[in-house]
Design a protein around this ligand. Structure first.
Ligand code: SAM
Length: 223
């Protein structure tokens, strides 16, 4: 998979995605991630990327021209252009799974200020994506979240592919509680059932715990 991130702060994405699992996935050529500065496609003397909104109002709006230039320079046949926006469809695990399995090339467009000129959305964008019901200062932070969630699902990225099968949301439930050594810490013992080696009983216990956790924290998932 190839992912291009278009923003005014490419270093945020480059630095965040260079570490840990996603960094290693890039080193192993399991994914190619390029973070670009939209300003590189601005052609005027001041390399302007924003202007005041028609109709008045607060803040600045990102201009059409550099974004159209950038997307037409980067897009390939079959690629999908995603716009990060709080007004988009909620990004969920199933969205990440869909992109990981169906897409070879994604372009993530990140807004700043008040957002982007609507003509960009109307003409270039296939999907508007929100990472939650709150407003960030810029879309590159959302893009890092989206890229991380997608790339970890690509083949061979996780050391153990089963990790992505058994975790929260993959089964429709939140994950069961996990424990590791020591067996007792400050008087708190690991549940006995996990120490007995009865795998059927452990599976049953974990499912009950996952159901109870989901019922308490996210009853909407059960509904
Ligand atoms: N005026 C916009 C609105 O009310 O919907 C908010 C603009 S926000 C300050 C600047 C940029 O941050 C947006 O264009 C978008 O790219 C990004 N952004 C902010 N919150 C986001 C979220 N919850 N999900 C995805 N992107 C977000």
């Amino acid at each position: 998979m190839r992912i291009d991130i278009l923003s005014l702060f490419p270093q945020i994405a480059t630095a965040s995605l260079a570490e840990s699992i996603i960094g290693r996935a890039q080193q192993r050529a399991l994914v190619e991630i390029h973070s670009h500065n939209i300003r590189d496609w601005a052609t005027d003397k001041h390399r302007t990327t924003d202007d005041t909104p028609y109709g008045g109002g607060q803040g600045m709006v990102m201009k059409c021209e550099p974004i159209f230039e950038a997307v037409s320079a980067l897009r390939t046949e079959g690629c999908r252009v995603l716009f990060m926006t709080p007004a988009g469809a909620p990004f969920e695990q199933k969205t990440a799974q869909r992109f990981a399995s169906d897409c070879k090339h994604l372009i993530l467009l990140c807004g700043h200020y008040e957002g982007v000129d609507q003509r960009v959305v109307d003409q270039l964008v296939h999907e508007e994506i929100s990472i939650g019901d709150y407003v960030l200062t810029n879309g590159v932070i959302a893009a890092v979240v989206v890229v991380d969630a997608i790339v970890r699902l690509l083949p061979e990225v996780l050391g153990d592919a089963a990790s992505a099968v058994e975790e929260s949301f993959a089964t429709g439930l939140l994950e069961f509680p996990q424990y590791t050594r020591p067996v007792e810490f400050q008087g708190l013992r690991v549940p006995e059932i996990l120490l007995g080696g009865n795998h059927a009983a452990i599976s049953q216990w974990r499912r009950e715990q996952a159901l109870a956790k989901t019922q308490t924290t996210r009853p909407d998932l059960l509904a």
